[in-house]
Ligand binder design. Structure first.
Ligand SMILES: Cc1cc2nc3c(=O)[nH]c(=O)nc-3n(C[C@H](O)[C@H](O)[C@H](O)COP(=O)(O)OP(=O)(O)OC[C@H]3O[C@@H](n4cnc5c(N)ncnc54)[C@H](O)[C@@H]3O)c2cc1C
Length: 330
């Protein structure tokens, strides 16, 4: 039987559980799951004959042409934030806390950007000098997040004076979901912004295009989100570049950090030196985080990025083998 045909009662019967047992077992606490199985009116599948597709055309002259199509509008909002990394989450939470209707778009299925998905878990630039006194630079929402991470198991370490805090990527992903839902932000995940929507009039004061939102690429095709204000926190200018904003493009060192676990099980001989590539501590005992400084290249060129991914995976594998070949680390 397909899941969509199951009623809640059918499912309980199939699992051999009564409603009480479900509640007690813990499964019952997942109310979203219960909602899902109660949708007995859903069809199993829908036949599409392909007649509504609008593919890109390869013309006889060899030009590849995207057809002009009207886009469906998936949302309208006061503030649209594109990019759910630390910057985007802070921008969205700040806007929502001011009472503005806020929408956050992210291309992946989680928040936190490089800090979570990219495993850049070390917070540098956290301290600065005021005269000759060292003071904490990160304040506001950044500090609030770190305080909340301290309250979660294995959320953050190195919060002491002068040290660089290090967070756990999974705990931070969870905290961001908590803060974003608390702030009542509308969320579009798995949605890749591919274009800016600009007004056909320009701003009379500056002559600049007026941004009215963004187009997101989804599994159902491109869709529009209209907004009074659009904030681009993609890190790559994926909205302000197509909108026509002046910008500087520069190269950057592109590496691939990774984590290594089970190090608490290692027993070193007296006087034995640990191998290289053991990185820094994380909030999880026995797990360390290893950074990698890659070559300075173009981070928006997909050929370069693909090459780097392949190269860096091999590099990480080599480093791990080096660690494993050290007595005690097998
Ligand atoms: C290898 C490396 C090492 C670093 N080391 C450190 C360090 O040690 N300490 C430190 O503090 N900082 C470090 N940084 C920098 C740090 O990662 C960034 O400063 C921080 O992540 C910036 O946050 P952000 O939100 O601006 O960007 P990001 O974290 O890059 O977030 C951008 C978000 O936008 C999303 N996005 C991108 N394009 C689109 C699109 N078109 N549509 C929808 N969503 C999109 C991404 O998926 C991502 O979630 C490092 C960066 C790198 C690459």
């Amino acid at each position: 039987m397909f899941l969509s045909e199951l009623t809640r009662r059918d499912l309980l019967k199939t699992l051999g559980l009564g409603a009480t047992a479900l509640g007690v077992s813990g499964l019952g606490s997942q109310s979203a799951f219960a909602d899902f199985v109660s949708q007995k009116d859903k069809t199993v599948g829908e036949l599409h004959d392909g007649s509504r597709a609008t593919p890109v055309k390869l013309r006889v002259d060899g030009q590849i042409v995207r057809p002009q199509i009207a886009l469906p509008t998936i949302g309208e909002t006061d503030v649209l934030v594109v990019g759910g990394g630390p910057a985007g989450c802070c921008a969205a939470i700040a806007a929502a806390r001011l009472g503005l209707k806020t929408t956050l778009v992210e291309r992946y299925g989680h928040f936190g950007g490089l800090a979570t998905g990219g495993l850049v878990v070390h917070i540098l630039g956290h301290w600065t000098l005021e005269g000759d006194k060292k003071v904490q630079a990160t304040q506001g929402l950044g500090e609030e997040m770190m305080k909340r991470l301290e309250g979660l198991p294995n959320g953050i370490v190195n919060r002491e004076f002068g040290r660089n805090p290090t967070l756990d990527a999974e705990v931070y992903k969870y905290l961001l979901v908590e803060m974003i839902t608390e702030a009542n932000i509308e969320v579009f995940l798995h949605s890749w912004a591919i274009d800016a929507i600009v007004d056909d009039k320009t701003d009379p004061a500056t002559g600049n295009p007026i941004v009215r939102g963004a187009v997101i690429q989804t599994k159902l095709g491109p869709q529009a989100i209209l907004a009074k204000q659009t904030i681009d926190t993609t890190g790559d200018g994926d909205v302000f570049v197509p909108a026509g904003a002046a910008h500087t493009q520069r190269l950057y060192n592109i590496g691939l950090p990774y984590r290594i676990g089970n190090l608490d099980r290692v027993k070193l001989q007296d006087g034995q030196k640990p191998p290289r590539h053991l990185g820094d501590v994380t909030p999880v005992p026995g797990v360390r985080w290893v950074n990698m400084t890659g070559p300075s290249l173009d981070g928006v060129d997909v050929k370069t990025l693909s090459k780097l991914e392949l190269n860096h995976r091999k590099q990480i594998w080599k480093q791990i083998q080096e660690v494993r070949n050290t007595p005690g680390y097998e």
